[in-house]
Design a protein around this ligand. Sequence first.
Ligand code: JB2
Length: 209
Amino acid sequence: MADAVVIGGGGHAKVLIAVLRKLGWSIVGYTDRDDRGVILGAARLGSDDALAGVLAGHPGCAALVGVGKVDGSSLRLRLQRAAAAVGFETPVVVSPHSVVNEEVRLGAGTMVFDGVIVNSGAQTGDACILNTNATIEHDCILGDDVHVAPGATVSGGVRIGDHCMIGAGATVIHGVSICAGSVVGAGAVVVADVSEPGVYVGSPARRLS
Ligand code: JB2
């Protein structure tokens, strides 16, 4: 059984750990600046400063970012790159309860959770979260560190830039482009290109800030 350490010990880590276990990974523990107690049987190993020691004690151990995101920030990608620089593998995580169809490319550390469909020809950058029951249709191109929240639908041929957050239950119609650092609110319907970063809500989605 391969070893994995989870970086972050909040809600996202809990979902991640459960999927990792279904895939047969052994969870060494988690790092967090705060002690979040034991999470699904995984104990805190210390802050991220402990990571080098974890790798020394568990050669070949993988690191997965268990810090989620609800905005256009870049923390997830920075944490993943820091772990890779220490020497950790940062593998793709694909739930056995998801569907990933043909000619899909997933970047390092991208997580495909339960109930997700990624259709043929779609690709993602690194450190993305395709969260529970999200749909990524054919030929979409997602950048690095994109979070598609639970139940969101990204239609065919959509382009989403780095660090975007597509909120729970949102819909992005086919062929639209969303620029880097944008946030689409829960339930919003994006029907036109988003060319300025900001927060977009409603149907049709309009810029809030
Ligand atoms: O630099 C860090 C760091 N910054 C924050 N390194 C490490 N190792 N941990 C860090 N954290 C920790 O991430 C915080 O101390 C906290 O324990 C955790 C974030 O937990 P929280 O439950 O607040 O959020 P989350 O990021 O796990 O989940 C959000 O995003 C998910 C995608 C939530 O809003 C979820 O509902 C959502 N599904």
